[in-house]
Ligand binder design. Structure first.
Ligand SMILES: O=C[C@H](O)[C@H](O)[C@H](O)COP(=O)(O)O
Length: 234
């Protein structure tokens, strides 16, 4: 598929997601190239309809983008809860678990999602999979001792790689941590694996988003499908 078509998909997804936003809401603003179009659409909607909303961002990048469009923003600790979060995802399984963090924003995204009454993901159809794991699983780790942690993950057969910048330095998250990507191919028991990763000292968070999403908006061949996942919040 051509890049232009991809961007068209993302634009349609962003516009559709903006329809979910109503005046008076506190809105979680995800991160990524698909959410970019949602933020664009939201900015237009705020200006045109004089919507009274507050956005809670999940990355510095989204914060800059939303501010440039005059979307009113607050930090997570300044609000009681979030009514609705719109975010992207890297992979979504048939049972609606996801891998996120391709852009490195997993920690703040998970904080925002776990404080949201409703979470919506906007994805292209190609991101739907039977089982998670083909997409590298990001693990955010503190810098200190991270080489030891890397070796531990290697010994367990999880095929870790350091997330690097184009200039070859360690990628730094907005919270100033490193990311190790795990190349697993298939995660057969995501809940068990989530507990295992979180149990490792030095792991701050990982990109498995389990039992999180209420609605998935999928873009395929110019069509948009809205799937209510019926996933109960934990
Ligand atoms: O850290 C980044 C986020 O989890 C993104 O939501 C995810 O990587 C999907 O991004 P995109 O819409 O650019 O594919």
């Amino acid at each position: 598929m051509q890049r232009r078509d991809f961007n068209e998909y993302k634009k349609n997804l962003g516009n559709k997601a903006a329809e979910f936003v109503k005046s008076g809401m506190v809105i979680g603003l995800g991160t990524g190239s698909t959410v970019y179009y949602f933020v664009e659409a939201l900015g237009k909607k705020v200006a045109k309809e004089k919507l009274d909303i507050v956005g809670i961002t999940t990355s510095n990048k989204t914060k800059e983008h939303a501010s440039s469009l005059n979307i009113p923003l607050k930090s997570l600790d300044e609000v009681d809860s979030i009514d609705l979060t719109i975010d992207g995802a890297d992979e979504v399984s048939n049972d609606f678990h996801g891998i996120k963090g391709g852009g490195g924003a997993l920690l703040f995204e998970k904080l925002v999602a776990s404080n949201s009454k409703k979470t919506v993901w906007i994805i292209e159809d190609s991101k739907r999979v039977k089982a998670l794991g083909k997409y590298p699983l990001p693990v955010e780790v503190v810098k200190y001792g991270s080489e030891k942690l890397f070796q531990k993950l290697e010994k367990r057969g999880y095929k870790p790689t350091w997330r690097l910048t184009d200039s070859g330095n360690n990628f730094l998250t907005d919270d100033d941590n490193y990311i190790i990507d795990l190349h697993l191919r298939r995660i057969s028991s995501p809940h068990e694996f989530s507990r295992e990763l979180i149990g490792l000292v030095g792991v701050v968070e990982h990109g498995l988003f389990l039992d999180t999403v209420d609605t998935v908006i999928v873009g395929s061949k110019g069509e948009i499908e809205i799937i209510d996942t019926q996933v109960g919040k934990n």
